[in-house]
Design a protein around this ligand. Structure first.
Ligand code: PPS
Length: 300
């Protein structure tokens, strides 16, 4: 059964359009300030991602590394998603280290976490695949009508303030600057594409960054458990999806038979959606905006 979600006004704050989680719907500025002023522990780990960059994937990997076990978290990733947690004070009762996650830009990251030199993992995915993934997310959750084309999305929404969390460029460049200024090695960058191509090696790098001793067997088992196919099944069979009803109003998202989160999980699906003209225009824009960037964005 498919339905179309009733249209509600977008939530806009600090030049960004925000996902419709209840705390943001109620008072976005209040939640942003609560996050900025969050009481942090020295060993908190914060996963920071632009939407559709592989947050669910890397969060599960990080959780398994922290636990030293390949058991899936029963909780959905949103259970520790700073923007969505109904009462942020609830995380005080959690055991350390806490694998928190957020889509907030660096300027809104918890001050205390930064002062502590607390660990931040920033996941980057190439913006063409992010755009495709986000387009389908909006389409399946009823934000767009079925006749809203990818071309319209790319030209009118993606990379502007109407896009979730604003422009991809602003987001990744802000984290890039923070990483360049980070003297303590607290900000770690993971590329979605590297994780796809060399999951073993990248998972080992993550373990090292987290100061976790992990055997090759544990790393291999985590890679297997966190493959796209296995996570897609776990999402349906293991995760407590009822939590989503606590953090998002039923009327905000449409029901759909299409998967919103575990759609394809590949590199390069953009090739099936960009026309030659769209691609040329995108590449031109990309060159200009990433002109002096040292990020290694991989489109295939
Ligand atoms: S969200 O809504 O912003 O939290 O989404 P996010 O989790 O950041 O990104 C969703 C995309 O990540 C893909 N995904 C994976 N790819 C590879 N391996 C694994 N295990 C995996 N898990 C999730 C997911 O399929 C979404 O990408 P698309 O291209 O839409 O399939």
């Amino acid at each position: 059964m498919e339905d179309t979600a009733p249209k509600r006004a977008p939530i806009i704050f600090d030049g960004m359009t925000l996902p419709p989680f209840k705390p943001l719907r109620e008072d976005a500025e209040k939640r942003f300030r609560e996050i900025r002023n969050l009481e942090c522990r020295a060993d908190d780990v914060i996963l920071a991602t632009y939407p559709k960059s592989g947050t669910h994937w890397i969060w599960e990997v990080v959780c398994m590394l922290i636990k030293g076990s390949t058991e899936y978290m029963k909780e959905v990733k949103e259970f520790l998603f700073l923007e969505a947690i109904p009462d942020l004070g609830a995380i005080e009762s959690l055991r350390s280290p806490r694998p928190l996650n957020t889509h907030l830009p660096y300027r809104w990251m918890p001050k205390q976490h930064i002062e502590n030199g607390g660990k931040i993992i920033h996941v980057i995915r190439n913006p063409k695949d992010v755009a495709v993934s986000m387009y389908y997310h909006y389409l399946t959750s009823g934000v767009f009508n079925k006749d809203f084309t990818f071309e319209k999305f790319l030209t009118n929404i993606f990379c502007g303030p109407a896009c979730a969390m604003g422009s991809w460029y602003d987001y990744v460049r802000e984290y890039e600057r923070a990483a360049e200024q980070d003297q303590r090695g607290a900000l770690f960058t993971v590329y979605y594409e590297n994780m796809k191509k060399r999951p073993q090696e990248e998972t080992k790098r993550l373990a090292k960054f987290l100061n976790i001793e992990a055997s090759d067997k544990l790393i291999a088992d985590i890679v297997e458990k966190c493959s796209f196919e296995n996570m897609k099944v776990a999402d349906k069979t293991i995760k407590d999806q009822s939590y989503m009803d606590k953090i998002i109003d039923v009327g905000e998202v449409a029901r759909s038979s299409q998967p919103v989160m575990y759609r394809k999980g590949v590199i390069g699906d953009w090739k099936n959606h960009f026309t030659v003209a769209l691609n040329e225009q995108f590449d031109k824009d990309f060159q200009e905006k990433m002109n002096n960037s040292n990020l290694h964005i991989q489109f295939e």
